[in-house]
Design a protein. Structure first.
Length: 134
């Protein structure tokens, strides 16, 4: 695994999460990120190494190898800071208290299957995108 790439762990059966990953891939002009579903073997291994309980966080996690990991709204905004066109807005939103941001985040996360649906299995990346998934 390339240790200089940030890793986005996402809910592989969630349509909102999959669409968010596709959105990030299109805007990751500097090839900063790699992706893994939380349900994948790699995802499970990375969660276990960091003692992250998926009963508490089950939608998005950003790992910066050898630095830190972020969950919930902080993860989403830290990801946006590295995406073309979203860095200013996400930096401003990070000034808001995390407890407030997570109330909104948790509300969306709790309703994401109802609003956006879910797949029966994790997405399978196309040939051109396989190198971005670990």
């Amino acid at each position: 695994m390339n240790s200089n790439k940030k890793i986005i762990l996402f809910d592989g059966v969630c349509n909102l999460c999959n669409n968010s990953v596709q959105f990030a891939i299109k805007r990751d002009k500097n090839d900063i990120f790699r992706y893994a579903a939380i349900q994948s073997e790699t995802g499970k291994k990375l969660l276990k190494e960091r003692n992250i309980d998926t009963n508490e966080v089950d939608s998005i996690i950003l790992i910066e190898p050898n630095i830190a990991y972020y969950t919930k709204s902080t993860a989403a905004l830290e990801i946006c800071k590295d995406l073309k066109g979203l860095n200013t807005v996400s930096t401003i939103l990070l000034w808001l208290p995390e407890s407030f941001r997570n109330i909104v985040y948790d509300f969306v996360a709790a309703n994401r299957y109802k609003w956006y649906g879910k797949k029966d299995a994790c997405m399978i990346p196309t040939e051109e995108l396989k190198s971005k998934f670990i």
